[in-house]
Design a binder for this molecule. Structure first.
Ligand code: NCD
Length: 341
């Protein structure tokens, strides 16, 4: 028998606001700080369940979740699939290569089709920024963004925050947010949706965020979002508590953005040599997939105690379980959750 860890107290919401007020999760940009904290707290329950031998909860039993992925994914798709199944839902994966999209069906037609099948939640990954919102506007159930173009990837940012919370707690530095911490995100900031979602999430949790990239891979005017901008990685690392490495998103690049992979590694790679020069307790993160030997050396990626890469994957399932649970509460008739819209 599975013992379900207790639900944390529902004390995150300001007086008079009983429920998480959103029907969809399209981006971190839509969330307030207490809503981010609420999701992280809720996910802790699922971390504990996922560490038991029997990992089944029947919370979403009878519901159908469609994972509609119009862009390649390994860990995010698998993570959402496992999350839905552990909560007892029927999970169906639709991947672009086998869908009518190849026959020229529009995104809106696909949305209408998924809706007609009476899905109870739809998880979308798509190559175009804004695709999730477009689908959300056309369907009657909650829609979760699993990455839309270079716009947002909210569950990735949430799982990163949870992984970091755990790592800090294990060092005896437990705190609910990241006030006083400096976190550097280094890599292809221009094309990376993780950079945008993480920036918003980490800032909401009180961190100082540094963004580091070659000038060609840094969006113009990004300082307006409150980030400190660097093009010198060593300077960015100085005083950082955490570094998040991002992959070069070559599939989104039209033309040549960097002189060569070798040159890129030299200036922006988290090499073993560079890590030695950084603070001895610097934590290393990467959302995957990693290009080992380009933005991160294998020795660094696999460094026990410092690299959180596998921890991030673990937390991903728990975060997605929390999001699926929270967003389906209105439809499941959970008391106090009628107001999600
Ligand atoms: C990220 C993505 O797809 O945006 N990966 C992921 O979800 N684990 C980052 C990336 O592709 O580089």
């Amino acid at each position: 028998m599975t013992t379900l860890p207790p639900s944390p107290p529902e004390d995150r919401f300001p007086a008079g606001r009983a429920a998480f007020p959103h029907r969809d999760l399209t981006g971190i940009g839509q969330l307030e700080r207490h809503e981010v904290l609420y999701i992280l707290d809720q996910a802790q329950r699922w971390v504990e369940l996922n560490r038991q031998r029997s990992k089944h909860a029947e919370l979403l039993s009878g519901l159908t979740i469609i994972n509609a992925f119009f862009e390649n994914s390994t860990r995010t798709l698998l993570s959402f699939e496992i999350a839905g199944k552990r909560l007892g839902a029927d999970v169906v994966n639709m991947v672009a290569a086998t869908s009518s999209l190849k026959k020229g069906e529009t995104l809106i037609d696909t949305a209408i089709t998924l809706n007609a099948m009476r899905a109870d939640a739809i998880v979308i990954r798509h190559g175009s920024s804004g695709a999730t919102q477009l689908i959300a506007d056309k369907v009657d159930c909650p829609v979760l963004n699993a990455g839309d173009g270079s716009h947002e990837h909210p569950t990735q940012a949430l799982l990163d925050a949870l992984a970091l919370r755990h790592a800090l707690a294990e060092r005896g530095e437990a705190s609910e947010d990241f006030t006083g911490r400096t976190i550097t995100i280094c890599g292809d900031i221009l094309h990376g949706r993780v950079a945008r979602s993480s920036l918003l999430c980490l800032q909401a949790l009180g961190a100082t965020v540094r963004l580091c990239a070659p000038p060609a891979l840094m969006p113009a005017g990004i300082e307006a979002m409150g980030a400190q901008v660097f093009d010198d990685f060593d300077a960015a690392l100085e005083g950082s508590d955490v570094v998040m490495m991002l992959r070069l998103q070559s599939e989104r690049m039209a033309g040549q953005f960097i002189p060569s992979a070798r040159e890129y590694r030299h200036r922006y790679g988290l090499t073993a040599k560079r890590l030695k020069r950084a603070a001895s307790d610097l934590l290393v993160m990467h959302p995957g997939p990693m290009n080992r030997g380009v933005e991160i050396d294998s020795e660094v990626a696999d460094l026990a105690g410092r690299s959180l890469v596998t921890r991030q994957v673990e937390m991903g399932v728990a975060i997605r379980m929390a999001c699926l649970d929270i967003l389906t509460r209105a439809a499941r008739g959970v008391e106090g959750w009628e107001t999600q819209a």
